[in-house]
Design a protein around this ligand. Structure first.
Ligand code: ADP
Length: 537
């Protein structure tokens, strides 16, 4: 079968090989057709081919549900270029063309192989009879639900019309269903399977564990001089080099524009040339910095999360988070920009409970603002908070960092083998946590009874802001750019100041210096021999 599949892959799509064993396994599972299939693979991994190849080889028609007409058009154009009979029925289609398609679908031997449609259109009374007719004549080969996270109320792109697909799926008796999504947290995966009523599906999850990445967390407030610490970390990781790609390079992520400016300035002062990158720069300057970094002229970029989308650089030796990421899913994505060449690389978070309070505050404000705008609360409002809590737990809990990430994405705990600070030396990580808790208790005792997390340090000057609390907007994070950031900046800043001023005992003399354990990126030798195993449930 493999030879035939490979031949078909070459004949119809022009590819010599499957992109990965996972892609090949999914295609085979779909083609067998005895089970529903659930696929969770990163963007660009080649998910579309997982249903397109079986669709071309099947007798009947594959119905593909996709959320956006623009996405659909792209796919259909691409398939047409490959001479694969594909089309879409959508509201923009002229009536004459729609009639032609419906006539083909109604014929005894339809020519179409793939029919793309939005969830809104598939639910329309005009299309339903045609669909049920195809199904009853045994001409519906597969139902593919692309961007399936849209079905989940926990997903970032929730679309109510996707919810109706569960009903549709139940009515299409005997038609195997394939749901595809990019890497998603476990709760989203479970929600997709339940909402689409997939019956004991075969799940194909890309393993999230990357053994060449070393994860660690350093409590920023425990450091005598965080900038010096960051600088030493950068020098150490850059000294590892960039393999065959020349020198290595790295990214420091900051939450705010001022943070980027300050950290870049401090690093440069300490002898590591670093350039800031954020939305406050002119577009040409931003492109200039990005190009310099891509070409290896500048090795360290200090950026907000607006940097990185679509940036594919092999020799990134480190990704440091100077501020906490807004969710564990974002953190995995951002830190995952390190080590794409498979060589040992370091992912470090400089954790600060002050960050936690700020982001917590921001998310709550944002949710309240959205609720006020729409006039009611939604279950999805909880998502941002739970995702952020997972990030905080990653930093504050004892345990393997890789296992925490893997569990979050529904994978089993990997064999970390020293690829995180905890697995290398749990005692040192515990010592850091205990030290942080002691310091927090001392300060906390003098503070108000306002609820706070496990650690509650006093405000410091390392949050990245030049003035006061340095409260920039949560920069380019999705959902945080809807209105005037400067108006909100002021509003947030004032509210936050008010909140903090309610506390007493912010005397910085109470802060003791603490030199954290030496968990300075003890990178292992390249461990590419340990290829992560495919996880199939
Ligand atoms: P995803 O949906 O997972 O984001 P796509 O299906 O859009 O990814 O595929 C990403 C790119 O990979 C496309 O350009 C596609 O043509 C290409 N691709 C898919 N499978 C293969 C393969 N087996 N060999 C080479 N390129 C492939």
């Amino acid at each position: 079968m493999t030879t035939n599949l490979k031949q078909a892959l070459k004949t119809h799509f022009g590819f010599d090989n499957f992109r990965s064993k996972l892609q090949e396994d999914v295609v085979k599972a779909v083609q067998r057709g005895d089970r529903d299939v659930f696929v969770c693979m990163p963007t660009g991994a080649g998910k579309s081919l997982c249903y397109q190849l079986p669709a071309v080889l099947a007798e009947g028609i594959t119905l593909v549900i996709s959320p956006l007409i623009a996405l659909i058009q792209d796919q259909v154009d691409h398939l047409k270029e490959l001479n694969i009979p594909a089309c879409s029925i959508n509201s923009k289609l002229p009536v004459s063309e729609r009639r032609l398609i419906l006539a083909d679908l109604g014929s005894s031997n339809p020519k179409l192989k793939l029919l793309y449609i939005t969830p809104e259109m598939v639910a329309s009374p005009a299309f339903q009879p045609c669909l049920m007719d195809l199904c009853s004549r045994g001409l519906l080969s597969y139902l593919a639900v692309d961007e399936a996270h849209c079905v989940s109320q926990w997903g970032h792109d929730f679309r109510p019309d996707y919810l109706k697909l569960g009903e549709l799926r139940a009515r299409l008796q005997g038609v195997p269903c394939l749901a595809l999504t990019a890497t998603a947290p476990k709760n989203v995966q479970e929600d997709i399977i339940q909402s689409l009523r997939l019956s004991s599906p075969l799940s194909f999850l890309t393993p999230v564990f990357r053994s060449n990445l070393h994860y660690d967390v350093i409590f920023r407030e425990l450091l005598p001089n965080p900038y010096v610490h960051l600088c030493a970390f950068i020098k150490k990781t850059l000294s590892l080099g960039g393999g065959s790609n020349g020198q290595g390079c790295g990214i420091v992520y900051c939450r705010t524009r001022e943070g980027c400016e300050t950290v870049a300035h401090q690093l440069t002062k300490l002898g590591v040339v670093a350039k800031p990158y954020h939305a406050g720069l002119k577009a040409t300057d931003r492109t200039g910095v990005q190009n310099e970094w891509m070409q290896g002229k500048v090795l360290v970029i200090v950026a907000t999360i607006s940097f990185g989308m679509g940036v594919d650089k092999a020799n990134v030796r480190f990704v440091a988070h100077w501020n906490l990421a807004k969710s564990l899913a974002s953190y995995y994505q951002e830190s995952g920009r390190a080590g794409r060449d498979g060589l040992p690389s370091a992912c470090r978070t400089y954790y600060s409970p002050r960050d936690k309070e700020q982001i917590n505050f921001l998310i709550r404000q944002e949710v309240a603002r959205k609720q006020e705008k729409r006039g009611f609360a939604k279950d999805t409002d909880k998502t941002a908070m739970t995702d952020f809590e997972a990030m905080v737990s990653f930093c504050e809990q004892e345990g393997c960092r890789h296992a925490t990430i893997s569990k979050f994405f529904g994978n089993t705990a990997p064999n970390c083998a020293g690829a995180c600070d905890y697995c290398r030396n749990p005692k040192l990580v515990r010592a850091q946590l205990e030290r942080a808790a002691t310091l927090s208790t001392k300060i906390g005792a003098a503070q108000s009874s306002e609820p706070k997390g496990a650690f509650g340090f006093q405000p410091d000057t390392y949050g990245g802001g030049k003035k006061g609390y340095g409260f920039e907007r949560y920069d380019e994070g999705e959902g945080y750019s809807e209105d005037d950031p400067f108006k909100r900046k002021k509003e947030f800043s004032e509210l936050f100041k008010k909140q903090m001023s309610m506390r007493k005992g912010n005397d910085s003399s109470q802060r003791e210096e603490f030199v954290p354990p030496d968990i300075d990126c003890p990178l292992r030798e390249a461990s590419s021999q340990r290829i992560p195993k495919l996880s199939v449930k």
